[in-house]
Design a protein around this ligand. Sequence first.
Ligand code: ATP
Ligand code: MG
Length: 407
Amino acid sequence: MIKAQRGTKDIIGLDTLTWQKIQQNAQDIFQNANYKEIRTPIFEATELFKRGVGDSTDIVNKEMYTFSVGGKDKSESSITLRPENTAGVVRAYIEHNISRQSPPQKFWYFGPMFRYERPQAGRQRQFHQIGIELFGVEDPTADAEAILMAEEFLKSTGVDNLEVELNTLGCPKCREAYRNSIKEALKPYLDKLCDDCKVRYEKNPLRMLDCKDENCQKIFELDEIKKVILSDYVCQDCAQHFEEVQKLLDALNIKYTRNKMLVRGLDYYNRTVFEIKSNLLGSQSAVCGGGRYDGLVEMLGGTPTPAVGWAMGVERLFELVQKVDEKKLDYFIVSKYPKEAMKLCKKLRRKGLSCDFDMQNRKFAKQLEKAAKIANYAIILGEDEIEKGFYTVKNLSNGTQEQRSEI
Ligand code: ATP
Ligand code: MG
């Protein structure tokens, strides 16, 4: 017996209906707001993620499904199953010269992502994300629009009671001073930090704040450290940008809290970062995460382009939404004459009516039993009906029956 791989799940039965609804909501909400769908390949050059996600991240260091294909004379380039989609969308944005179109260029996507993580509730190895990327606008309106879209999409799925957490990481310039003071403050504790944080300390000190290790978090809680973390370090421009974002969110009636510990897991963020959390989800509480990434397009070889986006975990969202129930068919055709039943089915389906028929020549009573389970009406097509050209239609909720010449 070969089973599904650890950390992967089959989506079957009734669950698929809820998945379809989530995807339909996304399509409706984003298209309505002038976002274009983008579907990029699920594997890309490994190099893209190393550069685009950042080689001080857990994603790149521990979680990538990386392999190479082909023998010596064939392509030996290393490829990776996408762990997230921003890098791929940015690659496509550059490759197709999308920057030539007038900004903003707005995209949305839905698809599977792959991370080699320890499977647990809310954490899989193949999972799905819905996300948006908005290119070409430095103005705070883009940040606010991105957060607004996340809110509106979540609302359309019926999910509320979520917490938006907001922070600013400043620009590379103002962050430099902050990084240095955090390094300075943590220097005496370097020995006590986890091994990952020791590496982060050198490569990307801010990412230490995102560490899940309890011991590290305790150190960050120490008064002297906390004081440095919570200091206002952003430069005037960045502070003003962040101020504007908050004013726009206020005007849009979007509630949020400031979380100065929020740094996000990816290397490329600057200025606004945010997460949306639910307290109904247990320890994996983040449904959505995103932020501004003004340096990424240039870093991947494009012309400098400001950008902002977010990604949402569909499995976590699935836990929060009201599940969709199966709808009954309009008709089930009860007949011992499959050829006639199929012809009628074809006609009704073309009219947009849902219907099905019996394929196994089951007894009349059995067919009717099945009809009652899955359809609103049974159309009885017996010898008499076929000969004289009428239909007997049985209402399966109240048992009444009538003869009709047309359906
Ligand atoms: P976490 O802190 O939970 O590991 P992350 O920072 O790695 O999250 P992002 O890369 O920001 O997550 O991805 C955005 C969203 O995608 C998350 O908020 C979460 O809902 C979802 N997500 C991320 N990794 C997984 C996973 N392994 N399984 C299921 N959903 C995931
Ligand atoms: Mg993660």
